[in-house]
Design a protein around this ligand. Structure first.
Ligand code: V47
Length: 381
């Protein structure tokens, strides 16, 4: 297939290391040349991270599914009085942390609903209960939407809320809750929860307080090219300002059991294209993650040649995607993850949440120095 003229101009920019414009993003979106877009993203991926592909040993805890909000895409949430409503208290959280620590997990990823009655103290306690079991484990907890909700219920500033969570042992913020920033879409699918400005400001504040964070985009529902490129450009602008984002995770919409169940899930082609466009537009993000739980193992593996350099972790207890119809297993072993990465022609590296290489000696682990990717080696940092 001949490369179209517009993509040729984009190739020149990518090869020269120049930033792509909003219009370039739309050109990529309009192109059907998935192989050229993938090759361009791979060029950037290898420039930044060489042949390395990252994974971690982690687990998820969703403290509650009860949520005051009713986002159209969510199959996980429950009303207070629904039979499936639950809250995890000390015993269950401690048990989950013990199980994770015993398996050598370096990270616990927490995301949940916004409960009508629970106080900020509860959300701080969840972190404390984990840290009591294993002080070394990194707690990546609460999306910007949750932080904004805590600020609202406590009438405290975002900074005060984050400081209380940091005191309890918070290590970084996950990237959830971003959905689509463009108001045309956000107002329709999740108009009640944290606004775009609030989401961005929670991350800005976290970065100022020394926390790193991730970012996501939920695509493949009522979003279009302009909304997606707008989303990526807004993230790129904030990253120019703070430098605090580590990883971007494009999240493919899973329609089952949601208010948008009539919409077809995005195709494999769309998933690969979004991975590649994310890598190309987010030139200041060190990492792009192919979250295997959401993409499926096969597309996640191919994504490693379409811009992604990270595949997330062992995961173990995942509810948000599985309730929305994900057919992936609950857990991949380290051997599964390493094989998947090696078969993709990459060098598997176990990282911690902050991208330090993990060294294992028997049952215990130790985080080494920040991994020197080719991009860091050039800068000599
Ligand atoms: O915020 C909810 C999304 C997110 C559906 O930071 C859905 O390392 C698709 O953010 N179909 C939570 N997506 C998960 C998340 C995440 C996952 C992995 C790694 C990291 C990280 C963050 O899941 C939500 C929302 O955007 N989501 N329902 C659904 N039906």
């Amino acid at each position: 297939m001949a490369v179209d003229a517009d993509l040729r101009a984009i190739r020149e920019k990518v090869e020269a290391g120049e930033r792509l414009s909003f219009e370039d993003g739309l050109t990529l979106e309009a192109s059907r040349d998935i192989l050229e877009i993938g090759a361009l993203a791979n060029l950037v991926r290898e420039r930044k991270n060489g042949d390395l592909a990252f994974y971690n040993v982690n687990t998820h805890i969703n403290p509650t599914n009860v949520c005051v909000y009713t986002c159209d895409f969510c199959a996980f949430r429950a009303d207070l009085d629904e039979p499936k409503a639950y809250v995890l208290y000390r015993e269950q959280v401690t048990e989950r942390a013990r199980e994770a620590s015993g398996r050598g997990a370096t990270e616990i990823h927490i995301v949940g609903g916004l409960h009508h009655k629970l106080k900020l103290d509860y959300y701080c306690d969840v972190i404390r209960w984990i840290k009591e079991v294993d002080p070394e484990i990194h707690v990546k907890a609460y999306t910007a939407v949750e932080i904004e909700f805590f600020a609202k219920i406590t009438r405290c500033s975002r900074e005060e809320v984050l400081k209380r969570l940091i005191d309890a042992g918070l290590g970084s913020l996950p990237g959830g809750g971003a959905e689509i920033f463009h108001p045309e879409v956000r107002e329709k699918i999740c108009g009640a929860k944290a606004s775009t400005e609030a989401w961005l400001d929670v991350h800005r504040t976290a970065h100022r307080l020394g926390l790193n964070s991730n970012a996501t985009m939920l695509y493949g529902h009522i979003d279009g090219p302009v909304h997606r490129i707008d989303h990526l450009v807004r993230l790129r602008e904030l990253q120019d300002e703070t430098g605090g984002f580590q990883t971007f995770i494009p999240l493919a919409f899973h329609p089952d059991n949601s208010e948008m169940s009539e919409i077809a899930a995005p195709s494999g082609m769309m998933n690969l294209k979004m991975m590649a466009i994310s890598r190309l537009m987010l030139d200041n993000f060190p990492h792009i993650k192919a979250y295997w739980v959401m993409l499926g193992i096969k597309i996640a593996q191919v994504s490693l040649s379409f811009g992604a350099d990270d595949i997330d972790g062992t995961v173990v207890h995942e509810k948000i995607y599985h309730e929305a119809g994900a057919e992936t297993p609950q857990e991949l072993t380290v051997a599964d993850l390493r094989r998947l990465l090696e078969e993709a022609g990459r060098v598997p590296i176990e990282r911690d949440t902050l991208y330090r290489e993990i060294r294992r000696d028997g049952g215990r682990w130790k985080a080494g120095a920040k991994i020197k990717t080719p991009a860091l080696a050039v800068l000599n940092i």
